[in-house]
Ligand binder design. Sequence first.
Ligand code: BES
Ligand code: ZN
Ligand code: ZN
Length: 493
Amino acid sequence: MIIVQLIFFTYFCSKLYFIMVRIKICKDIPEDSSVVLLATRESCFDNYGLSDDEASYVKAQIDAKSACISLNKNGRCFFVQTVDTTGDIDKEIEKIRCNAFKLHQNVTQQKIKSLAIVDTADFPDFLCAFAEGMALSNYQFLKYTGKKEEKKFSLRELTIVGNVDQTAIDRLNVAIEAVYKTRDLVNEPGSIMTSARLAAEFEAMGKEAGLDVQVFDKTAIEEMKMGGLLAVNRGSVEFPTFTVLEWKPAEAKNERPIILVGKGLTYDTGGNNLKTGDYMNDMKSDMAGGAAVAATVQAIAKAKIPLHVIALIPSTDNRISANAISPGDVITMYDGTTVEVANTDAEGRLILADALVFAKKYNPELVITMATLTGAASRAVGDKGIATMGKASQETMERLKKCGEYVRERIVEFPLWEEYGEELESDVADLKNIGSENAGMITAGKFLEHFTSYPFIHLDIAGVAFAKSANGYRGKGGTGVGVRLLLKFLYEK
Ligand code: BES
Ligand code: ZN
Ligand code: ZN
């Protein structure tokens, strides 16, 4: 099999255009840092450099239920963030992340460079959530803008002072870095982030973390007869790629791998079923699933998690040209299934199906697809959640749901009833690639299911992968959704 080495592109890769604030643990508050005290009504403020008057002021504000209190002491800011330990923990943790985002705006206005987050109440999870919200809010994509220095956020150092386990912080840092990387890949314009470039980025990420990387080029993809990926690529001047990133530590706990399959569609014009109006805007983000699964596997390796995990990312753009597939064409997929292409804009499922067939050779324990697959998913849950379908065990699905609640990348399960499959029956081929106009995220899921023979969960992130307008700590543009969900799920396995 021919494996292309994209050495040329490696030069451009892994250049970080953001400043990632790495969270450190410290015993004492650094002298020049501004401070956030995480506090409950029971907290005592004797040890944090506040005068008696200031401490009583803070106490009074907490009693009056002020969410955030700030004091300025000799050029250093003191903020007090109240936390409530009595209600729903997942909700409180999200509130803390959101409050961290609000405070980040304050930190930026005050040009604060160094911030210490202090736990006065001994709630390490709250401390981590605050640090997470703060670090994720500090992301910027300034690569193509002028006046970078002026625009750059001020925050450079984030210290936490409290009883937190170093491993938890290492994992948190790795997760934040993975979200940043995903956002960077998604925010890059489609004309730059071609399938070759995307594969080169993955290759560089793999090398950095000690992953086994294979990038299949067009010739190799043709040899394998991945008909779905090749069909979508027919309208493109770029060649397709198929990337395999594997983390297989000797001490892996799972006998059979967990495989993450991500849609790496670098730009989706819709092809001959050309997208109209505003629908083509932001379609550079159609590789968000691919970016998220690659960053996840890289993070798992960096955190040295003892799990055998593989990412598969088929990649191409979807465009019009004389050579592009047209509605009515019949193509033959990697496993020999024939598909009537009833709509060239339903291309994601065609490239993912080949990857799902490829996954079979690993005899996986579980396969999760992550894809900006349908506008229907976005219409169903908006930008609040991930439309999910699956045929994994109830226990696995429930665990993933719980992880989603915790990281606030919530998943909503839709059924894969067999009646939906009837909508994919074709007069001329084994399957067609679209169903009726209703429940489009489910018929897309049914299409994928056809190519699976193992426990499988599908995550449709079309509504959440890209934020048109500012969206709290999730940012504007690529959100990096899916990374924190998968990491939580895998860290705890
Ligand atoms: N990439 C799109 C889905 C999408 C829509 C992602 C909005 C992000 C935001 C996908 O390839 C697509 O075009 N799907 C079609 C399928 C239809 C033709 C059955 C859709 O949802 O309109
Ligand atoms: Zn499409
Ligand atoms: Zn698409």
